[in-house]
Every structure is written in C-alpha cells, then in structure tokens.
Design a protein around this ligand. Structure first.
Ligand SMILES: [Ca+2]
Ligand SMILES: [Ca+2]
Ligand SMILES: [Ca+2]
Ligand SMILES: [Ca+2]
Length: 268
C-alpha cells in the first residue's frame, strides 16, 4: 500500500525557509493565534445558531472560537508563507461539528477529476475525527475518520475493504477564494465505530454533547505544480521520523472539548 507515502524531494523549485516563518506570519487579526497552543485540548464553543456554509466567516459563532494554527509539517520540505499558511476554528451543535479553515495557498490544484483517484495528491482539507476519543488504529476501520475534503466538494476516506470511498453525506463544505486566501466552511457529522458501510443509509450520526471529548485534527494537502502533493501540514505535533500517521493512527489526534453555550439569564 503506497497511499500517502511521499518522497521529501517532491517539491521541486521550493525555497528552503525556516518553518518559523509559517507560524509567525499569519495574516488577519491574529488575536487568538497562540492563545490555544497545539497539545492543549481545543475548547469548541457551542453555536446557538449554526453557521451558514458559504465560505464567509461572518457568522456570529465564529467570533467566539479561538484560532489554532496548521503549522506542523507532516510531509514535504519547509515552505515559504506565500506557499502555505493555515489556521482553523471549530464550533458545534448537537448534530454537527463545524470547521472553519483559513488557508493561504498560492495555487489551487485539482488534477485528478475522479474523486477516488489519488485524492490526497490534489489540494484538499483533511478533517480527522475520533468521535469517542478512543485513539488507536483506524486505517481500514471506522474507529476514527480521515475525511479528505476536495475542492469539488467530494469527501473520501478508506473503507474496510482498503479502498477509498465517498462519504459526501458525512461532510459538507463550501470554500471561497480571495487572492491567495481560501476560506473553507465545513460541517461534519460524527459516526460511531460500528458504522455499517453495507447499509450507509441505516447509520445515524452521533449526538455531540458538551464536555464529551472528541479526537480531532486538521490538515491540508498542498500541491501546486507536482504529480504528487508537495506538502502536508497538520495541526498536531507528531514525534518520530514518519509524521504522516494521521490516516492510520488516531493516537496522534488532538482533543476537542465541546463547551456548552452560556445559559441565558432568566426573564424577569
Ligand atoms: Ca458562513
Ligand atoms: Ca501552495
Ligand atoms: Ca474511536
Ligand atoms: Ca496548492
């Protein structure tokens, strides 16, 4: 199985920059960057009104969530800030997680029109969820999920048969590009490890509850000019030589804690 095993020399023509540049030069307000460092549980605020998925981060719920950086280089050489930068936020309702990603990418690429052909070699957002925070292997089972969200909206993860499958019903996304910055808004339904892939319609999403931790990580596959993706940037620190472990091992995921919306003051 050669999926997602990429040589480090794949990014020809890229300059070698210190990865610190990526972490320090995030555009925008930056107010929350560094407020919730990697390795600490992410406190996801409850959205009293779900965001409208339109690639615009103007929904009230987003203002209450802290940014986290996508600054861990899992595959490929260091990249300058103009090539890639990323950060994200998460909010929730009992029915869904909502992920906002702000990605600076100098060229959006989709060179595999078939959504099940080398999906990780096109630009895509990758959303990792382990609904019961059990950790452990999830390569060819549903203990956890690695949803690859493509520019065309298709969503792919590996099935028990060791092949890619579309899970378009699990994740919805919209993105909007302004210059080099693409804003992705996604909604993610959580499914248990008992997921029956022979009867997809029979599965029901889990209810998300305040205080029940969820394994979570986010990543971005960046390809600009190459037959294979050039970089893979993630949200979590992965130790060891092989940092491309998210699609196999839910143990590298971070922890997301759904935080209840503050109760309204009683009317008098
Ligand atoms: Ca929106
Ligand atoms: Ca790029
Ligand atoms: Ca699990
Ligand atoms: Ca790209």
């Amino acid at each position: 199985m050669t999926k997602q095993v990429q040589p480090f020399g794949a990014a020809r023509g890229k300059r070698m920059w210190n990865v610190l540049v990526v972490g320090l030069a995030i555009p925008g307000t930056g107010a929350f960057v560094g407020a919730a460092p990697a390795g600490q549980p992410y406190q996801a605020p409850q959205a009293t009104t779900a965001p409208v998925l339109d690639g615009r981060a103007t929904d009230a719920c987003w203002a209450r969530a802290a940014w986290r950086p996508l600054d861990q280089r899992w595959v490929g050489p260091p990249a300058p800030a103009a090539d890639f930068q990323g950060r994200y936020k998460v909010v929730w309702t009992p029915a869904r997680l909502y992920v906002l990603a702000e990605i600076t990418d100098d060229k959006l690429l989709d060179i595999h029109p078939d959504p099940l052909d080398k999906w990780w070699d096109d630009d895509c957002l990758e959303i990792f969820v382990d609904p019961d925070r059990s950790r452990g292997d999830h390569q060819y089972n549903y203990n956890a999920w690695a949803y690859h969200v493509a520019l065309d909206g298709h969503v792919v993860d590996m099935g028990r048969d060791r092949k890619g499958h579309l899970f378009d019903a699990h994740v919805q996304s919209r993105h909007r590009q302004q210059g080099r910055v693409t804003t992705w808004e996604t909604s993610v339904a959580l499914y248990a490890d008992t997921y029956d892939d022979q009867r997809p319609a029979a599965n029901r999403p889990l209810t998300i509850r305040a205080g029940q931790p969820i394994g979570f990580a986010l990543a971005y596959c960046d390809n600009d000019n190459s037959p294979e993706r050039e970089n893979f940037f993630g949200s979590e620190v992965v130790t060891g030589e092989d940092k491309n472990r998210g699609w196999i091992d839910a143990g590298i995921f971070g922890t997301l804690v759904p935080v209840a919306a503050a109760a309204r003051a009683p009317r008098r």
